[in-house]
Design a protein around this ligand. Structure first.
Ligand SMILES: [Zn+2]
Length: 606
C-alpha cells in the first residue's frame, strides 16, 4: 500500500500530467462531446473504443475493459512497474523523487543493505559451522546427521552448522566482536524481547542450513530442531535478502546441472536436497517450507523449461496439483508431478533404494494437466458408476478456466493450452476453444485468500463466493455514491475485505478518504492501486450500471453477508481453545444467521 505522505507526492505528479496530453503522446485522440476518443492500444481496436475524460482524468476502453488514471496508462503502455511509472511521469514534469525513493527503500529493506546482511549471515554461519565440528558441543547434531546418513563431506560442502540450546550463544559471540545487537535483530538472527529490554537468539538447539542465493550470498537460514520443539523447521524472517517466494535451496549448487539436464526437480525438505546431491543427482532443489510460487517458476525457467515436483504421497500431490496447474499455466513452463512410493520422503528413499531408483521415480513424473484430468475422472467414478464424458470434460475445463484466470494467461499461451487440451480430451480444438472462452467470460476472477492451501470444501467455496460478491457490492455502491458511507459508518473495517486480493486493494485505496469525510474521485483511487488488473476491476465497478436497485438497500444487504462471515471467522479462530460442547451451539447460531442471509431481501447476493 502507498503510504500517506507518498500519496500526496504521487497526487502532485498525477495532477501535473494531464491525461489527455500524455495519452496523445502515444496515439491520436479526437474530441467527442466532453471526452476524447481514440484507438485502444491494449487490444486490437478497429473503431475508437478508448475514452479519455479530461474532467475525471481517467481513461476507459469500452471493448477490452482496460481503465485507470494517467499513471496506470503509462504503466500499462510502457510495461512498467507502478513505481517506474511514477518516476517516468515525475521526470516528465520535473518533480524530484529523492525523498520518496529513500522512504520506499527503507520501507522495503530496513536499514541494512543486502551486502551488509550477507556479511552478518556469513559471520553467523561460520560460528555455527565451528559449533558443529566442536568435539563436545556438536556431538548431538553430528549424531543426527549420521542417523540421516548425511556424510561429513556433504555437511562440510553445504556448510551445515549447529545453533546450541542457549538463549545467547550467538549474542555473546557478537558482543565479543563488537557487533551491535540491533544488527542481529534486523538480520533476523536475534529477536527483541516483547516486554523487557534485551534480545535472545532466534535459532536454538537447531541444525542450521545456510541458504545461498544464486550469486552465492548467504541470504538466510533454515533450522531443524534437534529437540522436541513443535516447530520442526524455522526459517529466517523476510529481509532485503531473504525472500522465501524467490529463493530455492540448492539452486546455487545445482544450477549448472539443471541447465545441462533441462530440468529442475523440486523436493520438500533440505535433507532431501542434500541426499540427492550426495547421490550425484544435482538437479534437485527445495522451496523453503512453502509450496512452489509463480516467482519460483520464473526463477527456475531461466535454467530449465521442465519442473518436476516430487511428493511423498499421492494425497500431498493431489492437494498441490490445483495450485501447480495454475502456476504452470501462467508460467509458460512444463510442470510434472512425481510420487515417491511407500510414502517415504526422498531422503529415506534414496538411502534405501539408491539413485537409480530415484531417477526412475522422476522419469515416471506425470504432466500436471493430465494428472488433474485423471484425478477428476477418479472422483467422478467414485460419485457415479457411469460418469458422463461431456460432464467430466465440462468440469475439467472449469478447473482450467479458473487456473487461467488466476494466473492471467495471455492469448498466445491460451492457444497452446487449447492444443494440449484437445489432444488430452480427444475433443476438437474448436469445441474446447468455444467452451473455454464461454467459461472465461462467465467466471469472475478468483480471489485467492490462502496461497497453496488444499482444496476447500464446497460449502466454504459457496460462502466465499457470497462474501466476495458482498465485498464487491459494498465497494461498488460506495464508489458510485460515496455519500452513503455516513449511513453505514462503523459497520465494517478494512479487515472485512480479506488479507489480500483486488477487493482488499480497492478498500485500502478508498476507505481512508471516506473515513476522513472525503469523497474519493476515481483518479484518487487509481493512484493508490498498483496493479493494472485491479485497476481494470475498479473500472468495471466505477462504470457498472445502476439498474441493480437503490444503493442504500444493496449496501445493507451486502453488510449482512459480511457480518455473518465475521461470526464464522470468530468461531473458527476460537475453535482451537474451545471444547466440542462449546463449539456446537456457536455453529448452530452461525447456521441460523446463514439461513437469515437466505431471506428474500438478500436474494441478489446468493
Ligand atoms: Zn481496449
Amino acid at each position: 500500500m502507498v503510504a500517506k505522505w507518498d500519496d500526496n507526492l504521487i497526487s502532485r505528479i498525477q495532477q501535473a500530467n494531464d491525461i489527455v496530453d500524455v495519452v496523445s503522446e502515444y496515439l491520436s485522440l479526437t474530441k467527442r462531446g466532453k471526452e476524447w476518443v481514440g484507438l485502444c492500444p491494449f487490444h486490437t481496436d478497429h473503431r475508437p473504443s478508448l475514452y479519455v475524460s479530461p474532467t475525471k482524468q481517467i481513461f476507459k476502453c469500452f471493448a477490452c475493459g482496460a481503465g485507470g488514471d494517467v499513471l496506470k496508462f503509462v504503466q500499462m503502455k510502457e510495461n512498467l512497474t507502478f513505481i517506474q511509472a511514477v518516476e517516468r511521469l515525475a521526470q516528465r514534469v520535473g518533480i524530484s523523487l529523492e525523498g520518496f525513493k529513500r522512504r520506499r527503500a527503507e520501507q522495503n529493506n530496513g536499514t541494512l543493505s543486502p551486502t551488509e546482511l550477507a556479511k552478518l549471515n556469513t559471520w553467523a554461519m561460520k560460528h555455527w559451522v565451528a559449533n558443529l565440528w566442536d568435539k563436545t558441543q556438536g556431538a548431538a547434531a553430528r549424531e543426527y546427521l549420521a542417523q540421516r546418513k548425511i556424510s561429513q563431506e556433504t555437511a562440510r560442502t553445504w556448510q551445515l552448522g549447529f545453533a546450541p540450546d542457549s538463549w545467547d550463544d550467538l549474542l555473546k559471540k557478537a558482543a565479543q566482536e563488537n557487533i551491535p545487537e540491533h544488527l542481529l535483530v534486523e538480520s533476523g538472527l536475534a529477536v527483541r524481547r516483547a516486554n523487557t529490554s534485551g534480545c535472545y537468539d532466534k535459532f536454538r538447539n537447531r541444525l542450521m542450513f545456510p541458504i545461498a542465493d544464486v550469486t552465492g550470498r548467504i541470504a538466510g537460514f533454515g533450522g531443524r530442531t534437534l529437540g522436541q520443539d513443535p516447530a520442526k523447521y524455522m526459517n529466517s524472517p523476510a529481509t532485503a535478502l531473504f525472500d522465501k517466494s524467490q529463493l530455492l535451496y540448492g539452486l546455487r549448487q545445482g544450477r549448472e546441472a539443471i541447465v545441462k539436464a533441462g530440468r529442475a526437480v523440486v523436493v520438500e525438505g533440505y535433507t532431501d536436497v542434500l541426499m540427492a546431491h550426495q547421490n550425484g543427482i544435482k538437479t534437485v532443489v527445495a522451496a523453503l517450507g512453502t509450496s512452489l510460487t509463480q516467482d519460483h517458476t520464473r526463477v527456475l525457467r531461466r535454467y530449465a523449461d521442465r519442473i518436476i515436483l516430487v511428493f511423498d504421497s499421492d494425497a500431498a500431490g493431489r492437494s498441490a496439483a490445483g495450485r501447480a496447474l495454475e502456476v504452470c499455466l501462467s508460467g509458460k513452463v512444463d510442470i510434472r508431478l512425481a510420487f515417491v512410493p511407500e510414502g517415504k520422503d526422498p531422503c529415506d528413499f534414496l538411502v534405501e533404494h539408491g539413485p537409480a531408483a530415484f531417477e526412475t521415480v522422476i522419469e515416471a513424473a506425470e504432466d500436471v494437466l493430465s494428472f488433474k484430468w485423471r484425478q477428476l475422472n477418479e472422483q467422478m467414478a467414485e460419485q457415479d458408476s457411469l460418469p458422463k464424458q461431456t460432464e467430466t470434460v465440462g468440469q475439467f475445463l472449469q478447473t482450467v478456466a479458473a487456473a487461467v484466470q488466476a494466473g492471467q494467461t495471455d492469448p498466445l499461451e491460451l492457444a497452446v493450452l487449447i492444443g494440449r487440451l484437445s489432444a488430452l480430451l480427444q475433443t476438437p480444438k474448436s469445441r474446447i476453444d468455444e467452451q473455454l472462452q464461454r467459461l472465461l467470460k462467465q467466471k469472475p476472477p478468483v480471489e485467492r485468500t490462502q496461497q497453496g492451501s488444499s482444496e476447500t470444501r464446497t460449502s466454504d467455496v459457496d460462502d466465499q463466493t457470497a462474501v466476495t460478491k458482498a465485498r464487491r457490492e459494498i465497494l461498488e455502491v460506495l464508489i458510485q455514491e460515496p455519500g452513503l458511507y455516513a449511513t453505514v459508518f462503523g459497520r465494517f473495517t478494512l479487515a472485512d475485505f480479506g488479507s489480500a486480493g483486488p477487493m482488499r486493494e480497492i478498500a485500502e485505496a478508498g476507505l481512508p478518504s471516506l473515513e476522513a469525510g472525503q469523497e474519493p474521485q476515481p483518479a484518487d483511487l487509481y493512484r493508490r492501486i498498483e496493479s493494472p488488473q485491479t485497476a481494470a476491476i475498479l473500472t468495471e465497478m466505477t462504470f457498472a450500471d445502476g439498474s441493480k436497485g437503490p444503493g442504500a438497500r444493496r449496501l445493507v444487504d451486502a453488510l449482512e453477508v459480511l457480518e455473518v462471515d465475521r461470526h464464522r471467522r470468530d468461531i473458527e479462530s476460537h475453535k482451537t481453545h474451545l471444547t466440542d460442547d462449546a463449539v456446537e451451539p456457536l455453529q448452530r447460531i452461525y447456521g441460523f444467521l446463514k439461513q437469515q442471509k437466505g431471506n428474500p431481501r438478500c436474494g441478489g447476493l446468493q
